[in-house]
Design a protein around this ligand. Structure first.
Ligand SMILES: [Ca+2]
Length: 397
């Protein structure tokens, strides 16, 4: 009896609603148009929803804060493992939401995350915006400074070039400009003309595949971290390599690690350029010349490392790939913040001793400012970092 009443009630509601909506309904008030064959007509409801989605920025949905950011970026932003776990949980909820639910959450501004995490994230994001502004200012400065380059030290002497080992480039002896005279890192100033003996250097970063084979021969096994799904492809650059392992690998190949000066000359050539390809910014004209961090998204096409040699447009004058971006590279030298001021100009080999070794070249998540070929960073030689790999060099006998 009760059930019949409910049904009756529902039926009358539908009828009343139908009468109310009748004059508004486009289906009844407009003549039907023929749909072209094969075309799928979008309902008015779908069109509305799409228009609404276009108006809404999904990042305003509190459940979606940090979506698309990898763990290490959140860690770099200063989040603790517990906070990252909370963000992840919410991001999972965000991904499971339907479009309609996103619209609803945006309308109602439901705050799924704890206020503390939300505030911390928004603070960090504001900080990033500030950094982005600083980066734009830096780019303006770079454009100004890169116009001033006039010093050409020596053109390459390519007569009687010795046959390099396969996969290596020959770098002729002679001088080049090392370092820079502007910017906020005093450790790579002042610039000076350095003279190097000829040498060979690998055209490509050493790959995961080659490094795995080396470890297998050395230890009889490959550590599981090298099978990483994002970084562990056979043709991606080796990563999480300690300086000692890099040195050992090169030795086994009859090679050695390049000195810092050798690394810089092979990348900069003989005309004092700031990037391997010249002085255009890495994304100038919408062409990506390196695997780096061009901003918040991954417009260069790579979120992690790319196969070595992917960015051929970014090769150095001697034909070396990825001297900018993809993975940072160990060099042979100890790091000394004051070393450039010593002005050693003939085959410099770095300070006699130190605690950390120099890494060069920037990686897949390095912003443009740190990509300059003059940038020097340092790391404890025992550390295995996800962003550090290497390539080898060899003296000309
Ligand atoms: Ca590199």
């Amino acid at each position: 009896m009760k059930m019949i009443n409910v049904k009756k009630g529902l039926l009358s509601s539908i009828i009343i609603l139908g009468i109310f909506l009748f004059p508004l309904s486009p289906v009844f008030s407009q003549p039907e148009e023929e749909t072209p064959e094969g075309a799928v007509e979008q309902s008015a409801e779908e069109a509305d929803e799409e228009a609404e989605l276009r108006r809404i920025d999904p990042s305003e949905d509190p459940d979606c804060l940090g979506v698309g950011r990898s763990g290490h970026i959140l860690k770099d932003m200063g989040f603790s493992p517990e906070q990252i776990r909370e963000l992840r949980k919410k991001q999972f909820a965000c991904m499971k939401k339907t479009r309609a639910e996103h619209i609803k959450a945006n309308r109602e501004k439901k705050h799924g995350l704890s206020k503390k995490i939300q505030d911390a994230y928004l603070r960090q994001k504001a900080n990033e915006d500030r950094l982005q502004k600083a980066e734009l200012e830096w780019i303006a400065l770079f454009k100004e400074k890169s116009q001033e380059i006039k010093k050409i030290t020596s053109s390459p002497d390519l007569a009687n070039v010795p046959e390099p080992q396969e996969g290596m480039a020959y770098i002729p002896g002679g001088s080049f400009v090392m370092g820079v005279d502007w910017g906020d890192s005093p450790d790579n100033q002042p610039s000076r003309i350095v003279d190097l003996s000829p040498y060979f250097i690998d055209k490509l970063e050493v790959t995961v595949g080659a490094y795995k084979a080396f470890l297998k021969r050395k230890m009889g096994r490959v550590p599981p971290f090298l099978n990483d799904k994002d970084m562990g492809g056979d043709n991606q650059p080796a990563f999480k390599v300690s300086w000692k392992d890099a040195k050992g690998f090169c030795k086994k190949e009859g090679k050695r690690l390049p000195t810092e000066a050798e690394w810089e000359k092979a990348a900069r050539g003989w005309d004092n350029r700031y990037f391997p390809w010249g002085n255009e910014l890495p994304d100038e004209g919408g062409v990506y010349r390196a695997n780096y961090d061009p901003g918040r998204r991954f417009e260069d096409g790579y979120r992690y490392s790319a196969n070595v040699g992917t960015f051929a447009k970014g090769n150095s004058p001697y034909g070396l790939s990825d001297m900018t971006g993809n993975i940072w590279e160990w060099t042979a030298d100890w790091y000394g913040p004051e070393y450039y001021k010593k002005n050693e100009i003939k085959d410099p080999k770095g300070p006699e001793s130190g605690k950390k070794r120099v890494i060069r070249g920037g990686g897949h998540n390095t912003p443009v400012k740190r990509l300059l070929l003059t940038t020097r960073l340092k790391e404890n030689p025992n550390m295995r970092r996800g962003y550090i790999g290497f390539r080898c060099a060899k003296s000309v006998e």
